[in-house]
Design a protein around this ligand. Structure first.
Ligand SMILES: Cc1cc2nc3c(=O)[nH]c(=O)nc-3n(C[C@H](O)[C@H](O)[C@H](O)COP(=O)(O)O)c2cc1C
Length: 334
């Protein structure tokens, strides 16, 4: 057919900043951006930066790895947008576990409008913690589920009253436990504080959504980024009382699954954004080993819960983008 281009003909290096910019736009726990890239002639290496892991909230690096998976999906989209066919190898080197993926440009690909539409949402997607209309049409639910399934993961929409009650109870228990843990609060204070923000990371005040009591008054508690001590932002609005909630699951529960979960997350978020929908997270019960196990049994999940998402249509204007480290800072020389 003559559509394959020899690998030697593809040089990704001139596109390094663009690839790093798209990877870096991915969501990450506390906006820590725990990644680094090496862009070579025909491949992109994606590395974890464990120094940026939130050690208290994420002791085993599960959420860091999910964040890396989200960045990986952005890299796939960026290569597709360059007219290339990305081939991903996850965790290619046992000796170097921080090398989480290598994306090889295996040849040229004809433009795919569906991928292009997802790519176009990269700068638009963001986490929205403010009030949303709790409505995701059935057709959109099916579409989002299909996106997640295509990345090898599951999506369980939480509609049954008993399931919602069970998860809300566990979420409140987790939120209360975290808000009483000085180490957790110290870590949170760093990621919403001036030092992290000055370095182009962390969660700024305008993105925090309702804090404290307003966030806790909803059916599912929002994370209190203020740590109860000071209201970082007095949000006039309470979140919607009964949010649309979905749990993203994987069949097994290791680093490879976490990467797949991140890819699925990013694909879902970009597709949702294309429909004018946004998400935020209700992950607190998954950050506690015992409660995470309980989520699985009480919801009778067939897989392991990786993320709890709140989805809807933001009522007000979308918040500005959260800060990002400059793309050049993400690039390694070798
Ligand atoms: C694995 C993961 C876990 C997250 N957990 C939470 C969470 O529990 N609560 C929350 O409010 N946001 C959570 N977030 C959202 C991040 O705070 C958000 O992505 C980051 O601040 C960057 O903002 P953006 O998504 O608007 O670009 C999580 C994101 C990821 C990728």
């Amino acid at each position: 057919m003559g559509t394959m281009t020899a690998i030697a003909e593809i040089d990704l290096r001139p596109h390094a900043l663009r690839i790093a910019g798209s990877a870096g736009a991915a969501p990450s726990l506390h906006n820590a951006q725990p990644w680094a890239l090496w862009v070579d002639v025909g491949a992109v290496q994606l590395w974890a930066d464990p120094s940026r892991r939130a050690a208290v909230a994420d002791p085993d690096g599960r959420q860091m790895t999910i964040s890396l998976g989200a960045a990986l999906y952005s890299i796939r989209l960026e290569l597709a947008e360059l007219g290339l066919e990305p081939v991903v190898e996850l965790l290619p080197d046992r000796e170097r576990p921080d090398l989480v993926a290598v994306v090889t440009a295996s040849g040229t690909a004809s433009p795919d409008p569906a991928l292009h539409r997802l790519w176009a949402q990269l700068p638009r997607r963001r986490t929205v913690r403010d009030r949303m209309r709790a409505e995701v049409a059935a057709t959109v639910r099916h579409e989002l589920t299909a996106h997640v399934n295509a990345e090898g993961c599951g999506l369980r929409w939480l509609d049954a009253v008993a399931d919602r009650r069970a998860l809300a109870t566990l979420a409140m228990l987790a939120e209360r436990t975290q808000q009483r843990d000085p180490r957790f609060l110290e870590e949170l204070a760093y990621w919403v504080g001036a030092e992290a923000l000055a370095a182009g990371a962390g969660v700024p005040g305008y993105a925090l959504g309702p804090a404290g009591e307003a966030g806790h008054a909803a059916e599912f508690p929002m994370r209190d980024f203020g740590g109860g001590r000071r209201r970082l932002r007095a949000s006039a609005q309470r979140p919607e009382h009964h949010p649309v909630v979905a749990v993203l699951t994987t069949g097994s529960d290791g680093p490879r699954d976490w990467l797949r979960a991140g890819e699925a997350l990013m694909r879902l978020l970009l597709a949702a954004s294309g429909h004018g929908l946004a998400a935020s997270y209700l992950n607190q019960p998954l950050e506690h080993r015992g409660l995470r196990a309980q989520v699985r049994t009480e919801l009778a999940l067939s897989g392991h819960a990786q993320l709890v998402l709140r989805l809807g249509r933001p009522l007000g204007p979308w918040p500005p983008a959260t800060p990002r480290r400059p793309p050049a800072e993400l690039l390694r020389d070798s």
